[in-house]
Every structure is written in C-alpha cells, then in structure tokens.
Design a protein around this ligand. Structure first.
Ligand code: FAD
Length: 458
C-alpha cells in the first residue's frame, strides 16, 4: 500500500483511495453489519457525515434483538453448530429493564406513546420506537434486508464483504473502505458448567429459547442465574409451574413467591439425577433453564487474529471501538453488554463517523494500545478480570461517556441522565422485579422536564 498521495503519510493511515484521513475526500464507503439499535444509529451518524453507507441486515425488518420471534432453535441449549440460529432472545412478557428515557437517543426521545405509556414498556414498544427512528432519518433506504454477511476479510488494504441474499441464495462480493460491526451479542448462549451434567436425563435449555410459560406447567424448574432474564422467567413461570428453584451466585434475594426457592450455586448432579447445591440442599427437577448470558461471536469476520474474543472481552479495542492495528477501517459499536446501549452506541457512532470523515484524529497506534492497557490496569486495581473487559465500562464508565461526548463536540451527558441511571441500579438491587411498578414516574418526569429540554411525555 502506498503513502498518502497528498502528504506522504505512512501507509497504515491511508485508505484505498490513497488519501490519509487528513486529506481524504471525507466520504468513505462503509459497510455496516446489522440493523439493530447499533446499526441504525451508526447508519444515521455515518449518513450525517456524508459517508456512503450500506447496511447489511439478515432479517427483513429493522430492530435486531427487539423483533420478537416465536420460533425457538432446534437445539434448545444452542450448542449444535449446525442448528439454524434465531437472532432474538426476547420472550412474550418482556418489558424493558431500563427506564425508557435511558433508551432514548440524544435528539430523538423514546416518548411515552398511547400504545404503551409505561416507564418500562413492552418489547413491542421498543420495536415501534426503532421503526420511528428509522423512518425519521431515512435509514431504511440504506439497508439491504434479507442479506447475511458471511465473510469480511482484509485484502490489499480494503475490506471484501461477502453477503448472501437469502431469497436468491446468491453470494455477492463487494469492496468497502471501512466496516462497522453492529451484529449484536445477545444470540449465542453461554452455558453453565455443571459437574455430572452428563447424568442429567431431564430437559435443558437456555433463556435464549424461552418464549412463554405454558410448556412448564406442573413442572419443577431450575433456573441458573439471577439477572434480568432469570428474574423475568421466574415471575413468568411460577404461576404455572409446580416449583421454581433459582441457583444464584450471591444469595441476596428476599423476593418471596409461594413456590420459588433460592439456592446457592450448583455443586453437582448426583448419580440418582438429583441436583445438589453448595448450601447443602438437593432437589429433583424436570427442566434446567440456563439464564447465563451470551457469548460474543463474529463468525464472518477474519482479522487475521488481530481482534480476539476471550470470554467476555473483545479486544484489543481502543475506547471499546477501534482495533488499533486496523483503525479506523474497522470499528465495533455497542460492545459493552451491561451499559445503557442506546446513548453509548449513538456517541460511539458519531465518533466513528467523524474519525472517518477526518474531523477527529486517532492517536498513534502505540498510544491507542497504551490506552487499552491503562483500562486493563484500572480493572485489575478494582478486582475486575481483563476477561470481562467488554461486560461493562467499569471502573471508567463516567469518564468514558464524557470523553466520547467531548470528542463529538458535545457537553457531558446531562445530570438527570446520570442520576436516572444511578437510581435504576439502586432500585434494581433493592427491589429486583418490583422496581418497574414502584417507580416514581411523576418525580422523574418532573426532573427531566424541568432540568432539560428533553421530552418524555407524548
Ligand atoms: C432478554 C433481553 C432483554 C434486554 N433488555 C434491554 C433493555 O431493557 N434495555 C436495553 O437498553 N437493552 C436491553 N437488552 C440489550 C439489547 O440487546 C440492546 O438493547 C440492543 O438490542 C442491542 O442492539 P445491537 O444493534 O447492538 O444488537 P442487535 O439488536 O442484536 O442487532 C444486531 C443485528 O445484526 C443482524 N446481524 C447479525 N449478524 C448478521 C450478519 N452476519 N449479517 C447481517 N446481519 C446480521 C441481526 O439480524 C440484528 O438485526 C436486552 C437484551 C436481552 C437479550
């Protein structure tokens, strides 16, 4: 690859049009993979910066994880590599776990609608909102629906993207200067390791394949995990199941249901098929549901080993976005799992769009690498393993959001936004399951309306 044709900048910073970012013609040909929250907001920001954008989406509609799919996979645990995968992991009863104001975009609020005005609305309401967003900013016309990306590979300093048109079964090869990965990470089940599980004769599944409670009528069900999905499923099935047992890491729960019992972590499955827990209790169960989260997976992406997935860590990524060696031509949006992703994906997308158009400059590769090392060190100081680097932005979450806002020429995130997030975490810990219906709507709506120009009411 040659130097920049204008200023002789080193090849690593030069696109295939032979311009470095400083002298680029400012419009880059970009492939965005996925039309969920991340892909939609990436497309909007890239378009706003006048890039030439193609969004590849395997589904026929926008919304990603928020498109409810009643089908389940042929392997309910999601381990069979040959199964036909289903992208969405949502169930009929799902309501958002975040207040809707935290699922808004900066200039496109998630307003209470007449369909579902609740602070924690149903999944249908989120999908409706994403459709409104797509229409408002003309994003649909950028999307190739029914088109699955099957390979992304670097060849001669450009990206070759191979995509499968699902209706004609034909594969197309195209070249792009930049690729933005927005394919989500809530689809590939992560399973609990259980000693003696090979003796288990009952039914096992992952929450990815949970849709409705009826199949669990009169059953004894064991749920592993206790984050949002496990809690929701427990509430959903306890009215129909005979008993529900929940195995949790930290048994801090005092939410009482007549037929629900909490246990410590599983010790093993015994010879007689019973299941023992570390607290000494033992049960017989009909079904185990693993509510144990998801794996990062980018099966189509070949970076020659530059980007790797290790447990809960996708890296190395500068600011959770750019792999230093391939920056800015490869980027990832929406990677941190446990963060309010709408606003973060929006700020990340603006940053990527501005870097590609030459408005923002990335530091040198070494400096990006040092910045990544600094995050790992801060995590270690806070007893957070490097292998969880993509789970959350802790301990630098506030700095990160402010830094991103500043890169985009924006003021720091509003005070109400930060306070609402803190309140949500507090309530989720104090009142899991109940917090959605014990939320002080009037108080928080009042704070938002009086301290900002942001709207939440219809
Ligand atoms: C049960 C559950 C509850 C949740 N509740 C909340 C909540 O209350 N609030 C919240 O903010 N977040 C919640 N989340 C997180 C949720 O995933 C995010 O809100 C959001 O959907 C992430 O958007 P995304 O675009 O990154 O990924 P996705 O929504 O997963 O979208 C990825 C898109 O990429 C497409 N795609 C994937 N691979 C390919 C390919 N090879 N070629 C073409 N297209 C491809 C998919 O079809 C999909 O449309 C929840 C997640 C789960 C599982």
């Amino acid at each position: 690859m040659a130097e920049c044709s204008v200023c002789a900048a080193p090849p690593a910073t030069v696109s295939f049009s032979r311009h470095c970012l400083r002298h680029a013609n400012r419009s880059v040909k970009v492939a965005v993979i996925g039309a969920g929250v991340s892909g939609l907001v990436a497309a909007r920001e890239l378009q706003r910066e006048n890039h030439s954008v193609v969004v590849f989406e395997q589904n026929d509609v926008v919304g990603g994880n928020w498109i409810y799919d009643p089908r389940t996979e042929s392997d309910p645990l999601g381990l069979d590599p040959n199964r036909e995968t289903i992208h969405s992991s949502i169930y009929v009863s799902l309501r958002t776990n975040l207040p809707r104001a935290l699922m808004s975009f900066r200039d496109f609020p998630f307003l209470r609608s007449r369909h579902d005005p609740r602070t924690f609305p149903s999944h249908e309401e989120v999908l409706r909102f994403l459709n409104l967003f797509s229409d408002r900013f003309g994003i649909r016309q950028l999307i190739r629906f029914g088109t699955r990306v099957v390979r992304v590979e670097r060849e001669n300093e450009e990206w070759v993207v191979e995509s499968l048109d699902r209706s004609s079964d034909s594969v197309t090869r195209e070249v792009f200067e930049a690729v933005v990965v927005c394919s989500g990470h809530n689809s590939i089940p992560r399973i609990a390791e259980i000693e003696g599980i090979e003796r288990w004769k009952g039914f096992q599944m992952h929450s990815h394949n949970y849709r409705v409670p009826q199949p669990f009528r009169h059953q004894v069900v064991l749920l592993i995990g206790y984050r949002h999905s496990a809690f929701d499923i427990m509430v959903d099935i306890s009215p129909v199941a005979k008993e529900v047992h929940v195995s949790v890491k930290d048994n801090r729960l005092d939410v009482k249901f007549e037929n629900v019992k909490y246990h410590d972590m599983i010790k093993c499955v015994n010879e007689d098929g019973s299941i023992s827990f570390q607290d000494g209790s033992t049960i017989f169960a009909d079904t185990i549901i693993h509510c144990t989260g998801y794996k990062y997976s980018f099966p189509y992406l070949d970076t020659n080993g530059i980007v790797e997935v290790q447990d809960h860590c996708v890296g190395p990524l500068y600011k959770h976005i750019f792999p230093p060696t391939l920056a800015p031509w490869l980027s990832f949006i929406g990677i941190p799992t446990q963060e309010p992703i709408f606003r973060i994906a929006e700020l990340q997308s603006m940053y990527v769009a501005r870097v590609l158009s030459g408005k923002n400059f990335l530091p040198q590769e070494e400096e990006m690498t040092e910045s990544i090392q600094y995050i790992y060190q801060e995590m270690e100081k806070n007893a957070l393993p490097k292998s969880s680097c993509s789970l959350s932005l802790r301990p630098l979450q506030t700095d990160y959001k402010h830094w991103l806002a500043a890169q985009n020429g924006l003021p720091p995130l509003e005070e109400w936004w930060e306070n609402l997030l803190i309140e949500y975490f507090k309530k989720w810990i104090e009142l899991p399951g109940k917090y959605k219906d014990q939320w002080d709507d009037a108080y928080w709506d009042g704070i938002i309306q009086t301290t900002s120009t942001f709207q939440i009411q219809i």
